[in-house]
Ligand binder design. Structure first.
Ligand SMILES: [Zn+2]
Length: 275
């Protein structure tokens, strides 16, 4: 599932390619792609895209009139820009039979939502989008401090790794980047979130930002279906320190990377470097 760096990469690509376009037509091929709480997507017709950003793991397509189309890609969702005449890219993605929704612009170009497994959702909102989506603080928000983290973590008995995955607290972090950030912070995934020291909380925030920013520079991590708005894969999967590296030597101490399961998710760490 795309996490913050992948969604950020997609949003930046879309911003460059669809900003300023006016929506002429909306076609929904599979109705459940539209979230039950969404305003009717027919509202989109005539609106202009003013920009594309990211809210947690949502791609946030901002529209004239104060509307936002929030798209959650879940497992296999892809947002691709193209024209109806040709395929969206050359990498084999953009298979027409997986097209769930299509926005046609006044200039005849299209933005299509492809989703093989159908877990992805689109939701049109108006007003305070962050509150309506129930998304927590963004780890890359410069206003977020280690003191904020202290307040958020106080009394939490949940393993830190599991806490990081809760989108209502910090948003955008998933299985990959939680493992990676905890490695760089030197914190074992199972440690109770509320028991971290002040130094560890600072290290965690710093590591999260470092890992997320680096991953954005690499265009995200492509393990399954993730591609950017041009259908290109990311490159950060080759930079993982612990994720998916069971039994391989730790980059710092050369000891074997270990794997445990927390909240049904594979979790990778080094028992020497993380305490
Ligand atoms: Zn190590």
């Amino acid at each position: 599932m795309p996490e913050l760096p992948e969604v950020e990469t997609i949003a930046r690509g879309l911003h460059a390619r669809v900003r300023g376009k006016r929506i002429a037509k909306v076609h929904i091929a599979w109705q459940r792609t539209v979230d039950a709480r969404s305003l009717p997507l027919s509202e989109l017709v005539g609106k202009q895209i003013t920009g594309v950003g990211r809210i947690g793991k949502y791609v946030a397509i901002q529209l004239s009139g104060g509307f936002t189309l929030a798209v959650h890609l879940r497992m296999t969702g892809q947002l691709l820009v193209g024209s109806l005449e040709r395929r969206y890219d050359s990498s084999g993605t953009g298979d027409r039979k997986h097209e769930r929704a299509r926005i046609t612009f006044a200039d005849a170009s299209v933005l299509a939502f492809f989703d093989a497994r159908k877990f992805g959702r689109m939701r049109l909102l108006h007003g305070d989008v962050v509150a309506q989506l129930g998304v927590g603080r963004d780890p890359l928000d410069p206003q977020l401090t280690a003191d904020d983290l202290k307040e958020m973590l106080a009394g939490r008995r949940t393993p830190t790794k599991v806490w990081l995955l809760d989108q209502h607290r910090l948003s955008g972090i998933g299985n990959i980047y939680a493992s990676e950030a905890l490695f760089y912070a030197g914190i074992r995934p199972r440690r109770a979130a509320g028991k971290l020291t002040a130094i560890e909380r600072s290290a965690l925030l710093k590591s999260l930002r470092r890992v997320l920013r680096r991953a954005i520079r690499f265009g995200g991590s492509s393990l399954n279906d993730y591609v950017d708005s041009e259908g290109k894969q990311g490159g950060f999967q080759k930079q993982f320190a612990v994720y998916g590296r069971l039994g391989l030597p730790c980059l710092q101490c050369r000891g074997p990377v270990r794997r445990i399961v927390l909240a049904q998710r594979s979790t990778f760490y080094c028992s020497t470097c993380q305490r």
